[in-house]
Design a protein around this ligand. Structure first.
Ligand SMILES: [Zn+2]
Length: 271
């Protein structure tokens, strides 16, 4: 059983487009936790790198013979200090550079770098009080998280899997349209604008994100099966309880979402 007052961290996982965010909102509210998203962590440290003002070619720091794929951190720091006059701790800037160098080169960011970024950000929270969103996403990241939580003496209390069928996700996502001026989100079937071409709010032209086409969506789904499912299995095998929450409600209201989450979680709570 989980003591409501003793919850350190909850992990939320689900396919891209399954409807994680409303369920995360329920969990953060219900248990007074904060959301920790991998996307925000990457933005934070890549932002720190951008703010350093370093304008040199970052691919020069790749070193394929090193386990990290990069030359030693000291060398990178020296180059940044020399070019920008930066002082103090540059570890976040270096991590941001490494993430950015991989992304710019069209490569996957290696687990070692994602883990380091995650740990750096997680340490600021005291390693607790979080709903983890987007981490862990691979088996290696899952093992890292288990080891880190043991080392820091905090618990991983619960896994919440938001489930939704592949075809439903594809249907919902391919129909999504964004206003190219104000960013408002529409759906050609479920939430169309008046003429399905322009934004009702500002008149901007609606567009489809390049990520929202069917083969991109299917490949994100495949990645979920290949990487995230094994990651969750490792967490479960480590003894972390998990529940499955329906990501597809017939009537979507805040109360229905809350109820669908808490119906699953409540039986595990020892109030
Ligand atoms: Zn608009």
């Amino acid at each position: 059983m989980i003591k409501r007052s003793n919850i350190d961290n909850i992990i939320v996982a689900g396919k891209s487009g399954a409807g994680k965010q409303p369920r995360i909102d329920v969990l953060t509210g219900e248990f007074s936790l904060e959301q920790l998203s991998t996307g925000n962590i990457f933005r934070e440290y890549m932002g720190q790198f951008d703010a350093s003002g370093y304008k040199g070619e970052i691919s020069q720091f790749f070193d394929d013979s090193a386990p990290s794929g990069f030359v030693p951190d000291g060398e990178i720091e020296d180059a940044i200090r020399k070019a920008t006059g930066a002082e103090g701790d540059l570890s976040g800037v270096v991590l941001g550079l490494k993430a950015k160098a991989n992304i710019n080169a069209g490569k996957f960011v290696p687990d070692t770098i994602t883990n380091a970024l995650f740990e750096k950000f997680f340490s600021r929270t005291g390693y607790k009080g979080m709903v983890l969103d987007g981490f862990p996403r691979t088996a290696e990241q899952a093992q890292f998280l288990i080891d880190l939580s043991k080392e820091k003496g905090v618990s991983l209390d619960l896994i919440v899997l938001v489930e939704n069928e592949d075809d439903l996700i594809v249907g919902r996502t391919v129909g999504r349209r964004l206003c190219s001026d104000c960013g408002k989100v529409y759906h050609i079937e479920f939430k169309p604008s008046k003429d399905n071409v322009h934004c009702d709010k500002c008149g901007g032209k609606l567009k489809q994100r390049s990520d929202d086409v069917e083969d991109r969506i299917r490949s994100r789904l495949q990645e979920f099966y290949d990487k995230v499912v094994p990651a969750m299995k490792i967490l479960e095998e480590a003894g972390i309880p998990s529940v499955v929450v329906n990501g597809n409600l017939e009537v979507f209201t805040e109360e229905n979402v809350r109820r669908s989450v808490m119906e699953q979680v409540q039986p595990l709570l020892d109030e």
